[in-house]
Write a new protein. Structure first.
Length: 246
């Protein structure tokens, strides 16, 4: 019988691709300096496409080993763990082999990692929230997202917003719009960008009138960053009109 892979196997696979020059670049790019949003994060220097390829080789990684990687100080180890969780969730969600018990355990593990602060950079959130938590909540009560959005944590709030991308892709903008109203006054850059991005996608993928209706009611209170992102795909005159409302 083949032994199950371990967190150490993942570490060894990532180490083969580590690049100190890329590590220095990524530490600057992901704002790891004192007082920045990624303060203290550690990078090996493995680019995202390579991390994805590594993760594809470890979809059989046991969940306790995934948790070990999620608690690592190394960014790429946490990223690979999240890719593996997403792959496990997708596999358990296939119609013919759907396993709701497995899906629930994966979501529980994911939420626990979010709440203990391990999904703690924008790429980690954006690579996981929609595909795990959002996909799980498609046919369920979404109160949990509002609970996350009411936390002070930048990352829990971004998880709440990005999870709604799954609903947007399914043609449902309701949760996104309600969350956006509740988070309008959070002027942290990474919330502003997420908020504007999700609103823009509502207009592109669900209904342009839902976006413009939201902007008609809220543009005056929106931050410049969120408003800029939200209006990117409107015509020049509409963009100018909304931006002039601030």
């Amino acid at each position: 019988m083949t032994e199950a892979p371990t967190a150490d196997d993942v570490r060894a696979a990532l180490a083969e691709h580590a690049d100190p020059a890329d590590a220095r670049h990524l530490q600057r790019f992901f704002k790891t300096g004192p007082g920045e949003y990624g303060d203290g994060d550690v990078f090996l220097g493995v680019r995202v496409p390579v991390s994805r390829r590594v993760a594809k080789g470890f979809t059989a990684l046991p969940l306790d080993q995934v948790d070990e990687l999620l608690d690592s100080p190394v960014h790429e180890e946490r990223l690979v763990a999240l890719f593996v969780l997403g792959a496990k969730f997708a596999l358990a969600s296939k119609p013919r082999t759907r396993d709701d018990k497995a899906r629930e355990e994966i979501v529980d593990r994911y939420l626990a990692s979010v709440c203990r602060g391990r999904v703690n950079n924008w790429d980690l959130v954006d690579s996981s929230a929609e595909y795990i938590l959002g996909a799980w909540l498609l046919d369920k009560d979404r109160t949990l997202l509002f609970e996350l959005a009411h936390q002070d944590s930048l990352w829990e709030r971004r998880v709440a917003l990005l999870s709604t991308f799954a609903f947007i892709r399914a043609g449902d903008a309701s949760t996104t719009l309600t969350l956006a109203e509740e988070l309008l006054d959070d002027h942290r850059d990474l919330i502003q960008k997420a908020l504007g991005w999700m609103l823009r996608e509502v207009g592109k993928k669900v209904d342009p009138a839902l976006l413009t209706g939201f902007l008609d009611a809220n543009a005056r209170e929106m931050g410049r960053t969120a408003l800029g992102y939200a209006t990117e795909h409107l015509d020049k005159e509409q963009r100018a009109a909304y931006r002039a409302m601030r």
